[in-house]
Design a protein around this ligand. Sequence first.
Ligand code: NAD
Length: 290
Amino acid sequence: MTIIDGKTIARSIREDAKKRTETLRTQGVVPCLAVILAGDDPASVSYVTGKEKALAEAGMASRDIRVNADISEAELLSLIAALNEDAAVHGILVQLPLPKHIREDRVIDAVSPQKDVDGFHPASVGNMVLGRDGFLPCTPNGIVRLLRTLAVPVCGAHAVIVGRSNLVGRPLSILLTRKDVNATVTVCHTGTPDLAYHTRQADILIAAAGKAGLIAGDMVKEGAVVIDVGVNRVSDIAAKKGYRLRGDVDFEAVSRKASFITPVPGGVGPMTIAMLLLNVVRAAEKTRDA
Ligand code: NAD
């Protein structure tokens, strides 16, 4: 069994982003991502901080825009409209989830597709489904990249995804069935009667349910490749912060059967950030080439 080192794989992608940033800088373009965070949810703060640190390490700029949780929807939309018009900003990321009174769809729709480095805009999703050029969502794209990096057959493999969210499960199902990836995909969700029946068929099992330890040892086929997307905070009085991060997979039990498995943390998370950097660089390159 091999524990997949997402950090190392992500590092080489970040190096690529850094080199491309250096080239852009010599051409007078500094790739810049505007990051909007509404409120101070601790998990969101930590995600935003991680992304901004990675941008800085790659030589890119970021606009850190923190607004109060009680910002009105109209104010947030006009902030996004101004960033859409700002030529120095190549990408716009609105950290989700948003405060309850703000309609997420309205905000996603407001970001210009040219700056939609999260790949959430309906135009980006449509381009992804149709196999056209556009920004791909970072977590699913990072998972495909991870699988391509491993010496495992993906073409013709049966991939079973647990979760159908717009953020992970659904877009991943689309990317995995693209002809250049060529997996056969099953998507499971809360309406799936016998989850274990499906997960046991998987050559590649991707857990993105947000339920700590959902995937037990007896739910996995011998030799399967297991990708754990879940990031769940479970309380742990022995831990410094009072909690620790756990994936959706029972790592102890499943690692005894898997051929490859991602750890949490250190698996999918670093890939998500690396793919974000690539999208920002690409957005900047597109403005240079326009
Ligand atoms: P979500 O809550 O939007 O979606 C969860 C999906 O899992 C739903 O489609 C639901 O139908 C399915 N599901 C939930 N419980 C299930 C069960 N018992 N059986 C079958 N299906 C079930 O969550 P999300 O935004 O897709 O995120 C999923 C997890 O991945 C979370 O833990 C999140 O923190 C994590 N995540 C990690 C990264 C990363 O970069 N590592 C990125 C995004 C999300």
